[in-house]
Design a protein around this ligand. Sequence first.
Ligand code: TRP
Length: 437
Amino acid sequence: MDNCKTRILTGITTSGTPHLGNYVGAIRPAIAASRADNAESFYFLADLHSLIKAQDPARTQRSTLEIAASWLACGLDPARVWFYRQSDIPEISELTWFLTCVAGKGILNRAHAYKAAVDKNRAEGEDEDAGVTAGLFMYPVLMGADILIFNADQVPVGRDQIQHIEMARDFGQRFNHIYGREYFTLPEALVDEEVATLSGLDGRKMSKSYNNTIPLFAPRDQLKKLVFSMLTDSRAPGEPKDTEGSPLFQLYKVFASAGETAAFARAYADGIGWGDAKQQVFEIVDREIAPLRERYEALMARPQDIEVILRDGAKRLRERYAMPFIAELREAVGLRDLSSVRMDADAGIEAPAEAVVPTFKQYRESDGKFYFKLMEGDRLLLTSIGFDSPRDAGRRVAAMKEGALEENADFLLADGVGSDEVNAALARFVAAQLAQE
Ligand code: TRP
């Protein structure tokens, strides 16, 4: 492991039981990627995150074990990659607090999961925050700490997680600006557009929430039963079948070679009966899963071995990265050894040197609308669209002052100005305000 390799970090939610859709869409590609030589890979069980939803301790423990055993059974090699449990790295929790203190609350208000909960409450006429824990609200900050503590360069995620990576960048950037150095690498989301999604038993996307899944490690006879219960049309043997839109065909394809898939397509065209088709699908899935299932069962029978693996991963990782890095960050924020305090005058609080603090200017145009712009000295960074009232414009300015630019299409960046640059300017604005308080 060395420092010039790209660091790739994958968080694994420790809830539920993995199903074939998870295997094909996430586990299998992630494990294939873990074998790359040019990367230093981090895989961890996000058990602190799981507490947001699951508050049954026995289930939390059981899920963590099952998910760890699943990834190991599928070939994750703890000698090659960092494999650890989030809760074994207390530096993650400590960093969460440092980031909490630079994160804009306004940004967290816009997180999809939190917003969805609020919208649902509103629609039901409830108090906005009814049943919403601060844990749900803070989810993105904890996730930011997961990523930033190891200065990950890339984070493979599904589309629904892109916003979280953007937030992690934002928190990292703010911290860097406030404390005046590039402590954190700003991570990038890696979205695989090609990734396979599977249909479930009823033909809808395979998902726990539809209750239509095939568990990854279902025993052989149960796997067979489930494959045989998959949705088909009512065509009789001898009648040609459509491969397009056939959940069975799709399942076959993700476990078969190109040649096998072509042969199976011919069998469809030749009118293979559904019973025979199902038997072939079952066999091709079981061919790949059977050895993994065997390993899984062996691992599940020895939970103490998994415990040892996880503890060992966390121990080495803390020594190598997390402990020295958190020591540096404590120093950065001023949680320092008091015996080394500086008593001279310029040790006082000041806005970070050299940085030009940007300013907002509000004005009215001849079209009667209200605008604002963001200036850095004489340089124009962005101009807003016209708002109907000074209050609307003011509100938008207030949101920006709290934090970062968001995707709202209600402003135009000036020529040659990038959004990262504006975010940096906004972070300086926040820093200057904090320094004045
Ligand atoms: N939020 C991720 C998910 O739901 C899990 C996760 C937690 C994660 N921390 C992470 C993913 C850090 C990537 C990086 O899938």
